[in-house]
Design a protein. Structure first.
Length: 875
């Protein structure tokens, strides 16, 4: 192909397929980069075909939708047909898939968006007919764009499958009616099939059908059913699998009636609402078998008729046996006169939930997501919000040495009680009640219970009522946000309560596990980075291990300790693999695995596990925040905003989340206005709440070079730690005053503040000499004081203590601050070397930070800095 092609200069080939070759090109007349597709349709390109191509391309060119790659021109040059379209900077979806699995949530979001795009085209009379990963382009913000509308018909019309295989390419994404050349049968449902085929590959890493040859693929497509997605990946949610397989029905009648219906069902799944698609059961499989084997089916019709009665019984059993969408155990109401007995009611609920969660055949929503549903409640609405079909609710009363517990199981879809019972026992027998309730609920839901699961369910947590209530109080504290002004106080109080609990009952297994978790968090979050704190965690783990060495909770506790205490990822993951088998519904397993994979730089794996944790704990704001943070570090800002919007549906008055949501615009587009407006609103209407968002306020003021606002923000922080953006690096308020002094060219103020900050920071270093973030802050302070060699040494040591190979998240933060140190001491080559590292990988460094923050002023004016900033600019 010549480089010159009419009005276009063909720059490079960017794609090749059965219908032609795509080039990135420069259109001279309009001075713009475009994509040019040169149509190569071989021996089947009759004049009628080419006229149809032109007619359909022109029709597609009239579509105006942000999810459709617009066609600019359709033409012919020297007997070669072509069309030009917008050039989308980014990746094709097939390239993304080739690099590894896409998370289930990301897959559902993408296909929901593409399905709405397809529906728009259908409403304008255009079918796509060739939906596949290669025809879906992702821009630099991760938004999908569909290309090649209406063009597949060229190779279908008037040709048999055998006559056009060369042109059609692989039929892995082709609906059965297309594969047999039934053009009259091609409809909107054909595109629904294509969407399902792409969803299948996103979830499993494999197309629904893929033989060694095209003929073999078509044979598989026509004569067999796709493997269950969960057979490729057990972590795929059953409901999402059902949505996918409904799209792939052989008979178009059984698919979604429209692409819009598919999009809406995917959105129901994303928002944890009941889906329309039904999981396949006995008769679904039978129907499909008969369709594939009509002759044999006819021969056995008499046998089927004779067995009709049995069939009805099997159908009833199958209907009953269908695993419910999920179950939640709501907080039990305390009916005792003594309000302190509320801890007993909470403990009963927690123990029932813990026992049900051991059953792999059930999906059980975690404690964090149900604790907001105290008091009067709409069970239907709760079912929709949590994505469950059933809830357990009840009451507990304790008086005069007796306890009475009422429990009932309710179907949230009908608001009808399925089962209810009352239990009255002496105090010393009270701990058998949760086990009995859990087993009865499992039986009512027809869940299979293995021998090991039954043993776990029947195990009493403790025989000591005081220990039980102390444990319940600690559990409430541990469910509170850990990244808050009271986070360390809550952890220390929980440690005290749990120590009292095991003092009352030295065989209280769950209390030891929670005690180990509390100690590990105190160490990991920097509240107490001493070897003594780790030793206390390990002592609690050993006590738990002596009681139940093979329990899932024991392995989870070891994994927490290996990760939080030593960043020993491989051994922690090995422990989690064992824990997951015994704790199939525990979101902590998936959450911790996600955190480890994130620090390993395995970002898609991390997102997939965090999404699984969020599926089991859909109202856990912290988990959703961490998922949003992952997307923000990946600079996938649209997905970050979507997740934070979801959090705001759970906690609409959460000012910190509102600030985080507004901050995304600053990070992404260097736009401080949304955050500034929010801060002004809070100051005007709820000034006492400014402490909650003081760190965001400080960041915004620095970005706007507003020294007065920055000082006001510092006052608002009070005793809270000072951090910038979504980082774990904690600063002293004197350091912030020094930064403000530098920003306003008040060198005397800056030096005085940095000197005071150094005295405080040195105390932290003396107590924790190998703690990278603390050493990094000391390096920044020394850079502010002009102590060049000390600053560079301290920053470099911090990076050595926590290298990127050890921690892709925390290590990147330290590299960023080493770049800042280097910029402040005029080591520009070192600064740009470090900046190149963090801008070319997921990290907190962003376009907005580089463009606006005073930290980077020493580099402004250097062409290299302009290039770095431009590389992160929104496309």
């Amino acid at each position: 192909m010549p480089r010159e092609f009419g009005d276009y200069e063909l720059l490079e080939e960017i794609g090749r397929g059965g219908q032609g070759v795509v080039f990135r090109a420069w259109q001279r007349s309009l001075s713009r980069t475009v994509a040019v597709k040169i149509i190569g349709v071989g021996q089947f390109a009759t004049n009628a075909h080419l006229k149809r191509l032109r007619r359909e391309a022109e029709a597609a060119a009239k579509l105006n939708h942000p999810g459709i790659v617009p066609i600019y021109e359709v033409g012919e040059r020297d007997g070669t047909n072509y069309f030009s379209m917008r050039f989308v900077e980014g990746d094709r979806l097939d390239e993304v898939v080739s690099r590894g699995l896409v998370s289930a949530r990301r897959a559902a979001e993408l296909i929901a968006k593409v399905a709405r795009t397809v529906h728009y085209a259908h409403e304008h009379g255009i079918l796509h007919r060739d939906i596949k990963p290669g025809n879906i382009l992702l821009d630099t913000d991760g938004e999908p764009h569909l290309t090649d509308f209406g063009l597949a018909r060229l190779v279908e019309h008037g040709s048999t499958v055998t006559g056009s295989l060369e042109v059609m390419g692989t039929p892995s994404y082709m609906a059965p009616e297309q594969a047999v050349g039934n053009n009259a049968g091609v409809s909107r449902a054909t595109d629904v099939y294509g969407l399902g085929a792409v969803l299948y590959e996103l979830l499993t890493g494999h197309p629904p059908f893929a033989g060694r040859t095209t003929y073999e693929t078509i044979h598989l497509l026509l004569d067999s059913e796709p493997r269950q997605p969960r057979s490729w990946n057990r972590k795929i949610d059953r409901d999402l699998s059902a949505v996918c397989l409904k799209c792939l029905e052989k008979n178009p009648r059984y698919r979604y009636s429209s692409a819009l219906e598919l999009a809406e069902d995917l959105e129901r799944w994303l928002y944890h609402e009941p889906i329309l698609a039904k999981r396949s059961g006995f008769f679904t499989h039978s129907r499909k078998w008969m369709q594939r084997n009509p002759t044999i089916a006819a021969l056995i019709m008499l046998s089927v008729a004779l067995a009709a009665g049995l069939g009805v019984m099997m159908w009833q059993r199958e209907s009953i046996r269908r695993i419910p969408a999920g179950i939640a155990v709501l907080p039990f109401e305390n009916l005792s006169d003594n309000k302190e007995d509320a801890f007993f009611a909470d403990g009963v609920q927690d123990d029932i939930l813990t026992k049900l969660a051991k059953i792999a055949d059930l999906k059980v929503i975690s404690r964090t997501s149900v604790m907001g549903y105290r008091g009067k409640r709409d069970l239907r609405q709760i079912g929709r919000a949590l994505g469950v079909s059933h809830v357990v609710e009840g009451t507990a009363r304790r008086s005069s040495g007796w306890v009475r517990v009422n429990a009932q199981l309710v179907d949230t879809r009908t608001d009808v009680g399925v089962w209810a019972d009352e239990y009255e026992r002496a105090l010393n027998e009270a701990f058998a009640i949760p086990s009995e309730i859990a087993q009865e609920v499992a039986q009512q839901l027809h869940a299979k219970i293995s021998t090991a699961e039954k043993q776990d369910i029947e195990r009493k947590p403790t025989a000591d009522l005081t220990a039980f209530e102390l444990y319940a109080q600690a559990r409430i504290l541990l469910s509170a946000p850990i990244f808050s002004a009271t986070g360390d106080a809550n952890l220390l109080q929980a440690v005290d309560l749990l120590n009292q609990a095991v003092g009352h009952d030295p065989t209280f297994f769950q209390a030891y596990c929670q005690l180990a978790y509390s100690h590990d968090l105190l160490y990991f979050l920097g509240h107490d980075r001493t070897r003594a704190r780790l030793a206390m965690a390990e002592a609690a783990i050993e006590a738990a291990s002596r009681l139940f060495p093979d329990a899932g909770e024991t392995h989870l506790a070891r994994a927490e300790n290996l990760y939080r205490g030593y960043l020993n990822y491989s051994d922690a993951l090995a422990e989690l693999e064992v824990a997951a088998r015994a704790l199939p519904n525990d979101p902590r397993v998936f959450e911790l695995e996600g955190y480890i994979q994130r620090r390993q730089g395995r970002w898609e794996d991390a997102i997939r596990n965090l999404e699984r944790a969020a599926d089991l704990d859909p109202r856990n704001v912290f988990t959703l925040e961490q998922l949003a943070l992952s997307y923000q570090l990946l600079r996938r800002y649209a997905e970050t905003e979507s997740l934070l919007d979801r959090v705001l549906t759970i906690e609409p008055n959460n000012l910190e989340i509102k600030a985080a949501r507004a901050f995304v615009e600053l990070d992404w587009k260097a736009d401080t206005r949304p955050l500034h407006r929010l801060i002004d609103e809070i100051r005007a209407t709820n000034s006492s709440a400014t402490q909650t968002i003081a760190n965001y306020w400080l960041f915004c003021a620095l970005a706007e070079r507003d020294a007065g606002g920055a000082n006001d923000a510092l006052i608002a922080t009070g005793e809270n730690p000072i951090t910038l953006a979504n980082e774990n690096v904690v600063f002293d308020r004197h350091f912030a005053e020094g930064v403000i002094g530098r920003m306003t060219n008040d060198e005397a103020k800056a030096r005085s503040a940095f000197s005071a900050a150094r005295l405080e920071q040195q105390k932290i270093i003396d107590a924790q000499p190998n703690y990278g973030p603390a050493l990094c802050v000391l390096g920044l302070i020394d850079a502010g004081l002009g102590r060049k060699s000390e600053a560079v040494r301290e920053g470099s040591q911090a990076v050595e203590f926590l290298p990127l190979t050890k921690d892709a998240v925390g290590g990147a933060e330290l590299v960023k601050y080493l770049a800042t140190i280097a910029a402040w001491v005029d080591e520009k080559d070192l600064a740009f070397e470090q900046l190149e590292i963090v801008t070319n990988r997921p990290s907190s460094i962003s376009y907005g930070q580089l463009k606006l923050l005073p930290f980077w002023d020493p580099l402004r004016g250097d062409p290299r800095f302009k290039k770095v900033v431009a590389s992160l600019a929104p496309k």
